[in-house]
Design a protein around this ligand. Structure first.
Ligand SMILES: NC(=O)c1ccc[n+]([C@@H]2O[C@H](COP(=O)([O-])OP(=O)(O)OC[C@H]3O[C@@H](n4cnc5c(N)ncnc54)[C@H](O)[C@@H]3O)[C@@H](O)[C@H]2O)c1
Ligand SMILES: N[C@@H](CCC=O)C(=O)O
Length: 516
């Protein structure tokens, strides 16, 4: 029997002991930088000459490590091993697979600050965000382990007196898991272990900006008893290795989390049936967002301002769930805007995230920096700059928390995902109009409504078309097992990570009927 699932508590860094523990862990991680990391294929460590250079986004000169890069030959080798391993792995008991996750979760929990410190360095995450990322990785392992045990009980169906009917889920086959850099531990871990615990074998291609945490997870899973060949670690170029694996006729499913551009490309490519392919590939595709907080006339404006500030600038706005649009009723617009601008200028400082006094760290890389600065330039033409607007990429990739006011609902920066510390405000004449504006993007991931009006909350529950809708709080920070996460429309397939249906996406239902 396992104890009931409860999410991993966050660390309180105002407690001196906790603060010191993370400081020590950061020092430890710093003394360990610059190493070489191999691929892991069928349990074998393979060093390649071609390497991914992983740098600290807060200090470009600091190399976190050099990670071996898979090419198509190595991807093919990994695929063959994953395929062979699936033959016996698919028959292992759910309890055996779940136990690996429970042991792995316990290992990470015991070494929690070490992982968090690594995320501060590799991902540029401030302490609070890095701690939440580690906690979420633990949660995914604990939650999916339990979910698998539930699914293993089977589903009741009817039998007539002359027959014995059964219905149960079986795994799919070899899955390609492609993960993003922003929840470098949690999402990478959650998507990988969900596929594995459901009885599939996995080819894990982590994001090129953050592949080292994935290597560390592999070490933990191996220590927890994961057999060779079940998860194969193959970082590499998205285009070269990613396309090859997505197109491969023996790939049974692809689990992708990342941008709309790459997600739609994978969706299209996976739809093509290649020679020798015996199935239609399953795709689990979770993409970006353009997430809105609606602030009603009758609402707590201080709560609204806090919710907006954290949702817009937590981890420098680099969350698919980040608030990048505010739609406020015209009667409260000016006061709300004043409060958010004040909080941004007073409280949202930024700098090296190893220093816990910084609210925000850097953005992830030069590409992200340039893209966000381009959007800020557009924002200056489309609206009124109220705070921030500058960047500095001399040492790391730092951008000021930026607020734009008086934007048209269809302005570019109100429609396209920026994925940085930029939030835009627009006005609505009524609550109905506010909802219309909130729904006017191609995305549908998260949203929030700040309101004291029960009828308006109920209207939004029906009409605000997003996968994760929150009332009287911000629109980020979903918790595994409590807020199943995934979006509508161009935000993806709404697979709901951390929810009761998630594992089923990695499985297929089988009916057997025996005559008595
Ligand atoms: N909906 C969600 O749950 C969720 C969660 C986190 C991030 N995101 C989204 O992810 C994006 C940020 O992450 P990112 O910059 O890592 O996204 P990205 O799409 O650039 O990269 C994601 C992954 O895809 C790989 N990739 C790139 N080209 C590929 C190809 N042709 N074939 C296969 N794989 C390829 C990358 O190497 C990386 O591992 C944002 O849009 C954000 O909103 C969504
Ligand atoms: N699940 C996270 C977002 C993941 C995407 O970046 C949240 O709810 O804030």
């Amino acid at each position: 029997m396992v104890v009931p699932y409860k999410h991993e508590p966050f660390t309180d860094f105002s407690v001196e002991e906790n603060r010191r523990a993370l400081e020590a862990a950061i020092k430890q991680v710093e003394s360990d930088l610059g190493k070489d990391y191999p691929l892991i294929i069928g349990g074998e460590r393979i060093m390649t000459d071609d390497k991914i250079k992983v740098v600290n986004p807060a200090n470009k000169k600091e190399v976190i490590g050099y990670v071996s890069k898979a090419n198509q030959d190595l991807a093919e080798k990994a695929h063959r091993i994953a395929d062979e391993t699936f033959d016996w792995w698919r028959k292992t008991k759910a309890q055996f697979r779940a136990d690996i996750l429970f042991r792995a979760a316990a290992i990470v929990r015991r070494r929690k600050h070490e992982f968090t410190a690594h995320l501060v360095k590799e991902g540029g995450k401030p302490w609070k965000e890095a701690d939440a990322d580690t906690a979420e990785a633990i949660d995914f392992m604990e939650f999916y382990g339990r979910q698998m045990l539930e699914i293993d009980k089977g589903v009741e169906i009817n039998s007539r007196p002359i027959e014995n009917n059964r219905f149960h889920y079986i795994p799919l086959g070899v899955g390609v898991v492609i993960s993003p850099w922003n929840f470098l531990f949690a999402i990478m871990c959650g998507t990988t272990v969900a596929a594995m615990v459901s009885g599939n074998t996995v080819l894990l291609k982590p994001a090129s900006a953050t592949p080292i945490i994935a290597y560390k997870m592999m070490e933990v899973l191996e220590e927890a008893g994961l057999p060779k060949g079940v998860i194969n670690y193959i970082p590499g170029s998205g285009k070269e290795v990613g396309d090859y694996l997505v197109d491969h006729p023996r790939t049974r499913f692809v689990s992708f989390t990342g941008s709309r551009e790459v997600g739609t490309r994978i969706f299209e490519r996976a739809a093509k049936v290649h020679e020798g392919q015996k199935w239609l590939k399953r795709t689990i595709i979770e993409m970006g967002g353009k997430d809105t907080i609606v602030v009603d006339k009758d609402s707590d404006l201080e709560l609204a301002a806090d919710a907006i500030t954290y949702s817009a600038f937590g981890f420098s706005g680099q969350k698919c769930s980040a608030c990048s649009r505010v739609v406020a009723h015209e009667e409260v617009y000016d006061e709300l805007l004043d409060r958010v601008v004040h909080k941004t200028k007073e409280h949202v400082n930024y700098g090296d995230p190893t220093d816990n006094s910084h609210y925000m760290g850097p953005v992830i890389d030069q590409g992200a920096y340039d893209k966000i600065m381009d959007y800020i330039k557009i924002g200056k033409e489309e609206g009124k700059l109220m705070a921030g607007g500058k960047g500095d990429d001399s040492k790391g990739w730092f951008i000021e928390p930026t607020v734009f006011a008086d934007l048209a609902p269809d302005a570019t920066i109100m429609q396209e995902e920026i994925f940085g510390p930029v939030v835009g405000f627009t006005k609505a004449k009524s609550f109905d109009e506010a909802l219309e504006i909130a729904n006017n993007t191609e995305y549908g991931l998260t949203g929030a409504v700040i309101s004291n009006n029960r009828a308006h909350i109920e209207k939004a529950r029906e009409d605000f078309h997003v996968g994760n809708l929150y009332f009287n709080r911000g629109c980020t920070a979903a918790i595994v097992g409590y807020h199943p996460f995934g979006g509508f429309n161009m935000s993806g397939t709404d697979s709901k990570a951390g929810g009761p249906d998630y594992l089923i996406h990695h499985m297929q239902g089988k009916t057997t009927s025996e005559m008595l």
